[in-house]
Write a protein that binds this ligand. Sequence first.
Ligand SMILES: Nc1ncnc2c1ncn2[C@@H]1O[C@H](COP(=O)(O)OP(=O)(O)OP(=O)(O)O)[C@@H](O)[C@H]1O
Ligand SMILES: [Mg+2]
Length: 299
Amino acid sequence: MTAHEVEPRFRPNGRNWPLLWAYIVECGGSTKSSSASAMAVTAALRGHPGTCFDLDSNMSLTTILGYDETGLKGKKNVLDLLYGTATLDEVALPARYRIGEGYGDDAFALIPNLRIVPGSPAMAGADTAIAEDADRNDWFAEILRSYRGDDTVFYMDFPASYGKMPYSVLRMLDEEDSVIPSIKADPKDVKLVKKLTEELERIRFKNRGRRSVPGRPTLNKMILTGTPTATYKEAPARRATALAEAMYGKVLLPYVRYSADAKKLYEDECPLPILLPNSVPSEDYRKMMTHLGFVNRQA
Ligand SMILES: Nc1ncnc2c1ncn2[C@@H]1O[C@H](COP(=O)(O)OP(=O)(O)OP(=O)(O)O)[C@@H](O)[C@H]1O
Ligand SMILES: [Mg+2]
């Protein structure tokens, strides 16, 4: 498929780059990486191409999509994009998951329609790298402006912090794009979303009237995970769900229910929709993507 055949809904205002979905909230272990990977894989399996960006030095997304330290030897990573030493197509790897031992081609199966921009432990210094050279603030803008492909979404997985690196990406979001806090059904997580809305307000204010960047990151989707089920009925999870409904009801996506199995994806180097397709969260992510219009696409 060539770029001009991509559905207009994936190219807002006729621009050349895909929808940007930013999984961000300053809350460790809130399920950002789990949701980013599950949504990207669900859409890809239904025929919607996408690229995942691992912007977190913990490299969770890279691990889930099939690349550990050994698998990444000799490969480029997101730092090459930040420093401008490689192009997106040179850095992005085919997403995959483990099906056997070792690192040969038969140890992995490819996930069709999905690429991963691998992370790096050195991304911990990304804010400093941008502070040292202001031109680096444009790294992401340049990737977007030179993009020529048929991805529907860039799934951006962030660290649990708001610094210069997140800013360099978030300022490129427009209102059709999405800032997506994915949080656990825990009252503490719900309360941390307010600080995200303040940060987005700050970014909009700083970029008001600018023409060279959109500068309108918008919290228009929110994900609540680990919500109560018939067997998981923790009182805090119920309270958090009610609180989120009251504060953010308008942007809440269909819930992702609790499953103790969700923890296994890191040790197995495999995303949840493939590892456990019949688990309740996998079913819920499929419902969510249907709700968002990512239905099965004819080949
Ligand atoms: N639906 C679910 N039910 C229960 N546990 C879940 C669910 N989804 C994810 N988890 C678990 O929550 C933990 C945190 O998830 P994840 O790593 O996605 O969060 P994160 O926000 O990316 O964390 P970090 O800030 O460290 O990057 C993981 O152990 C994951 O397996
Ligand atoms: Mg993460």
